[in-house]
Design a protein around this ligand. Structure first.
Ligand SMILES: [Zn+2]
Ligand SMILES: [Zn+2]
Ligand SMILES: [Zn+2]
Length: 348
């Protein structure tokens, strides 16, 4: 079907219930904008200045243990707090609405080695990360006032990551944030209308079509979604219907570690750089309700466009109208499929 779309069109995102503008004819236009720096792995395995390296003292005064695989702690500069004083009750207008929110912000270090990334870690080193995500989701999600657990990784200075040490964040909130709330509504609609899961249906459709699949293993499928906004956006879907990480078997957790290694390695190899991205898992809310509609998945949103130094900006029409892309999801999937799964910068 995509081959019939050589001219401007818009594609429907059924998970977000929104459109994206696709302009395939425009990929040849000359670029005269910003040229970013090519990035390489950090040169040192332990940085005495890094607040995430083992044994170092953090800004708040706490000292990191000499951890050997993963290490989790509450963020010293949390954006959300678990306990609040009573809220002021003085809004002068319903148009100036506000309400108190609570939350817990944690940091999870993936590995003690400062120079590593998921792409350059082994599957065996990534597995404890998957296990930690699983137990954190279970433990934090079981707190009665926590309605959502958002696990995410900002990779690279281009995405605003303040520290190259391999780590992610886990922000848990007393409310369901907008993105997963929109996806909850869309998945609930699809289930009510068809009696089936939206992302089970979508995974089957994509596996049958083939052209947007980057790779698959026994339990996961990685693809450039039909509605991708970012040039090399990837959606990672479990083959089996599961709403959240604790539902996965040990084999499925191994397969997830494998899939993460393979996606991030292909990303790095694409432009031979440490590929920046924001990655995160969307899972069932932990609001106490049953969520049969929810199908766990991970989004990878990388900003690079056509080299290690040219990034996509979301400006102009995209800020005021709707997201837009030039390179089609099908050609992005072609490019990622062509990438090696052996990292261009091997570990010594
Ligand atoms: Zn470090
Ligand atoms: Zn499903
Ligand atoms: Zn999602």
């Amino acid at each position: 079907m995509s081959n019939g779309w050589q001219y401007p069109h818009r594609r429907w995102n059924p998970l977000r219930q929104s459109w994206v503008l696709v302009s395939p004819h425009r990929t040849q236009r000359p670029w005269q904008g910003e040229v970013a720096q090519k990035s390489a792995p950090a040169a040192i395995t332990h940085d005495p200045q890094c607040y995430l390296c083992p044994g170092n003292t953090r800004a708040g005064g706490a000292r990191n243990p000499a951890y050997e695989n993963v290490f989790t702690f509450v963020n010293d500069y949390s954006a959300l707090l678990p306990d609040l004083p009573a809220a002021p009750d003085n809004s002068p207008s319903p148009l100036l609405a506000a309400e108190p929110v609570r939350g817990i912000c944690k940091v999870l270090c993936f590995h003690p080695d400062h120079s590593l990334t998921l792409a350059r870690m082994t599957r065996e080193e990534i597995r404890p990360v998957v296990d930690a995500w699983t137990s954190e989701y279970g433990e934090i999600g079981s707190i009665d006032w926590i309605e959502y657990v958002q696990i995410f990784e900002n990779r690279g200075a281009m995405m605003g990551a303040s520290n190259p040490h391999p780590h992610c964040q886990i922000w848990s909130t007393s409310f369901i944030p907008d993105e997963p709330a929109a996806e909850t509504a869309a998945q609930r609609d699809h289930l009510a209308r068809t009696g089936r899961c939206l992302l089970c249906d979508y995974a089957q459709t994509e596996v049958a079509a083939g052209e947007r699949i980057v790779f698959a293993n026994e339990h996961f499928v990685a693809l450039v979604p039909w509605w991708a906004v970012w040039p090399f956006e990837v959606l990672l879907l479990s083959r089996r219907h599961a709403g959240a990480l604790p539902e996965f078997s040990s084999d499925e957790r191994d397969a997830l570690a494998d899939a993460l290694k393979r996606i991030t390695t292909r990303f790095d190899n694409l432009f031979e750089t440490s590929f920046p991205y924001t990655m995160g898992f969307h899972q069932a809310p932990t609001d106490g309700a049953a969520h049969p509609e929810w199908h766990l998945h991970a989004h990878f949103y990388p900003p690079l466009l056509r080299s290690a130094t040219v990034r996509k900006f979301m400006v102009g029409f995209e800020m005021l109208g709707m997201p837009q892309r030039d390179i089609t999801p099908e050609s992005a999937a072609d490019r990622l499929r062509a990438c090696s799964e052996k990292h261009f910068w091997p570990r010594t």
